[in-house]
Design a protein around this ligand. Sequence first.
Ligand SMILES: Nc1ncnc2c1ncn2[C@@H]1O[C@H](COP(=O)(O)OP(=O)(O)OP(=O)(O)O)[C@@H](O)[C@H]1O
Ligand SMILES: [Mg+2]
Length: 168
Amino acid sequence: MTHKPLKISLKSEQDTANLAHRLSRHLAPGDVVLLIGEIGAGKSFFARSIIQFSQDIAEDVPSPTYTLVQTYTTRIGEIWHADLYRLGATDEIIELGLTEAFQDAICLVEWPAILGTLTPRDALTLTFKTMLDPNHRQLEMNWSGPSWDDRLAGFDQAALDGSPQNGC
Ligand SMILES: Nc1ncnc2c1ncn2[C@@H]1O[C@H](COP(=O)(O)OP(=O)(O)OP(=O)(O)O)[C@@H](O)[C@H]1O
Ligand SMILES: [Mg+2]
């Protein structure tokens, strides 16, 4: 890893939605975003925000806890929203078509640990931590693929604290 992790304080749902909005403007098919954090950390909230911001008419975005994968047509390409919490075995990842989607779609993956060696090397990893304040989340952004360096250059606390249309 050639960069320091980006650490961002999300003091409200609106902060989280603003960050999702900013990130959605930098996403394209072939991008994989791994969403890490305990139950209720805000992984689905973040994914839902990305999907709805990227649609002209925002669809309902239910948590894929039971369906494992939900797919959406958006302005920025097809988005796959996956939740691998209930996945029994790594084989099922291929059966679901997820490894192909990693190439062709934008993939937002909750509970990605089971991916193991199937984890794309150039994925962006977002780790959400809950805080004492129920509306506050601490976010850490990590990546190793060079393609994220430029795209995330403007992502910092100061930019987030401005309006979603400013900065990056
Ligand atoms: N700053 C915040 N960012 C994100 N969510 C927040 C924030 N403050 C409060 N919340 C609330 O926390 C909850 C997060 O739920 P969510 O379903 O996104 O969690 P999850 O990480 O996907 O959990 P699971 O592992 O069960 O799928 C939502 O009810 C959301 O409204
Ligand atoms: Mg979820």
